[in-house]
Write a protein that binds this ligand. Structure first.
Ligand code: NAP
Length: 320
């Protein structure tokens, strides 16, 4: 099969025939509405072991989807991170463009290998980071550009039972625990600041019956020398806190609500409309048209470092 033909077809403005894999919370909350609202896409199939979408052909898994014979251009993967690279590889082998939910895989190495594989096959791989598309992130990046940063902090606290009800996989090692939501903060941080970060120290609170952290404290050090402290909590009842503060020579910038609201020195808070997933699908379309790959692993590398370096504390068992 000549994959380049697929690129040219897409660039001629043809509709992208898309299959959604892993029909769970994020697929229903965000992907299905974003796809339905975007005339550049047509949802032609789903692949999920226990769920499907009314009126759309449903397959149980990627293999059944691929042998099903439906004409298809791309897949968007909404399964948990473990096993996602294997699904992506099968789709790439079949000549399909692939969009990955965050985190794009279990390890950065696995994602880099996927990117090389997609390049070799001539298809697009898009490792999406939805929080980078939050309404105030570009404003924050622009404001910080050229300013001297002196430090900062991340406060990422939410109630696992409210936001991830019954998702046992999230507290397995590959689910990353509290870093599943907190990687969103790291994706924003690595978008708004040009510095390269490393984890200097971390403390991981791991329930005695689980493998991943339910809370964590991390210190990130930038190549320029300043630190960002991160306070992460998955047992935070009440209104979530998804905040990033950056101190600069021109005052303090605060991003709240997961990047939807920005507070700049001397100005009233500014919020924008939430268009994260429509923007992601727009970006995926642009990458397909340009025959490009986008697979930034910087946020995932920080999570890997935190688990590699972090001091582990056993905390009481957790049940949903
Ligand atoms: P979820 O509700 O558990 O849905 C994932 C779906 O994937 C499941 O319903 C399941 O459908 C399928 N699946 C395939 N293999 C699985 C396995 N080994 N274990 C469990 N499910 C499996 O999870 P989600 O919240 O949608 O999250 C999926 C991805 O989206 C994660 O990477 C997460 O970080 C990301 N995300 C989540 C949110 C959020 O707020 N929840 C926000 C943004 C991004 P079948 O049983 O039908 O196969």
């Amino acid at each position: 099969m000549d994959e380049r033909k697929d690129f040219s077809r897409a660039s001629e403005g043809a509709e992208i025939r898309l299959a959604l894999v892993g029909i769970g919370k994020i697929a229903r909350d965000q992907h299905l509405p974003a796809i339905a609202a975007d005339p550049r896409y047509r949802l032609v199939a789903t692949a999920s072991r226990n769920d499907s979408v009314d009126g759309v052909p449903g397959y149980r898994n990627i293999d059944e989807l691929l042998v099903g014979g439906l004409p298809l251009d791309a897949v968007s993967l909404c399964t948990p991170p473990e096993g996602r690279a294997d699904i992506a590889r099968r789709a790439i082998d079949a000549g399909l463009h692939v969009m990955l939910e965050k985190p794009p895989g279990v390890t950065a190495d696995e994602v880099r290998a996927l990117a090389r594989h997609a390049a070799a096959k001539g298809v697009t791989l898009f490792a999406s980071w939805h929080s980078r598309e939050a309404a105030a992130v570009d404003t924050a990046r622009d404001w910080l550009s050229g300013r001297a940063v002196t430090g900062g902090r991340i406060i990422w606290k939410e109630d696992i039972r409210q936001w991830h009800p019954g998702q046992e996989w999230i507290l397995e090692r590959a689910g990353m625990g509290v870093f599943d939501p907190a990687i969103n903060a790291l994706s924003i941080l690595t978008r708004i600041l040009p510095a390269r970060f490393e984890v200097e120290a971390a403390t991981l609170d791991i329930p005695s019956n689980r493998s991943a952290a339910i809370a964590a404290a991390c210190t990130l050090r930038s190549a320029e020398g300043y630190t960002i402290k991160a306070d992460l909590d998955f047992l935070f009842a009440g209104a979530p806190r998804w905040d990033i503060e950056v101190a600069t020579d021109a005052g303090r910038l605060i991003l709240r609500d997961g990047g939807a609201t920005v507070e700049l020195p001397g100005a009233a808070p500014h919020s924008g409309e939430n268009c994260e997933y429509p923007r992601l699908y727009g970006r995926f379309h642009a990458l397909i048209e340009a025959a490009e790959i986008e697979a930034d692993t910087a946020p995932l590398e920080l999570v890997e470092q935190a688990y590699r370096l972090g001091a582990r504390r056993s905390v009481p068992p957790f049940e949903f």
